[in-house]
Design a protein around this ligand. Structure first.
Ligand SMILES: *[C@@H]1O[C@H](CO)[C@@H](O)[C@H](O)[C@H]1NC(C)=O
Length: 166
């Protein structure tokens, strides 16, 4: 019985918050504003906590920014072809309730949307490309698969308590 209570407590503590990558590949906050990445941006200072690094695009673990999050993690990404013909990205990753005023209550990842760009307010800030906004739960689930993060965490916990009370 004691084991069960401790296990349940541990599991609920673990699920109360999660870690999210918290970064952007923007080089300045002006850049980020021009990307038009969301109309639901919170009107406060939290954006200054996003770690600025070009590695946020494809290797967020190397970008080095993370945050403890009480809501879903999110990833906004715009992909396009740059003037030299190379694949290029604009990315923001973070914790939904830190950065956004509205967000879904459960995981959501609609298909990428194409924009022709070139108009005021175009997502991505000008060039034609695809943008997507995904929400997920699970440590560092933006971008990793949720099931991976969850099962690793659960296995470590179970191993820990099995050793402790064996
Ligand atoms: C951008 O994403 C779309 C949709 O996932 C994909 O079809 C396209 O090839 C990508 N384009 C570039 C330049 O990476």
């Amino acid at each position: 019985m004691l084991r069960l209570v401790i296990l349940l407590t541990a599991v609920s503590v673990v699920s109360a918050t999660q870690k999210c990558y918290s970064c952007t590949s923007a080089q300045s906050y002006d850049d980020m504003l021009q990307w038009q990445w969301t109309h639901a941006w919170r009107n406060d200072q939290n954006k200054y906590q996003l770690k600025m690094s070009s590695q946020c695009d494809l290797e967020p673990i190397l970008a080095g920014g993370d945050t403890d999050c009480h809501s879903l993690c999110f990833k906004w990404q715009f992909n396009y072809t740059d003037t030299l013909g190379r694949a290029a990205y604009k990315t923001v990753r973070g914790c939904a309730d830190e950065q956004l005023s509205t967000y879904p209550s459960s995981e959501d990842c609609p298909d990428p949307q194409f924009t022709t760009g070139g108009y005021i307010g175009a997502p991505g800030g000008g060039p034609p490309g695809y943008y997507e906004m995904c929400f997920c739960s699970g440590d560092f689930c933006n971008p990793a698969a949720k099931s991976t993060a969850y099962s690793i965490g659960t296995m470590i916990l179970l191993a820990f308590f099995t050793c402790l009370f064996h």
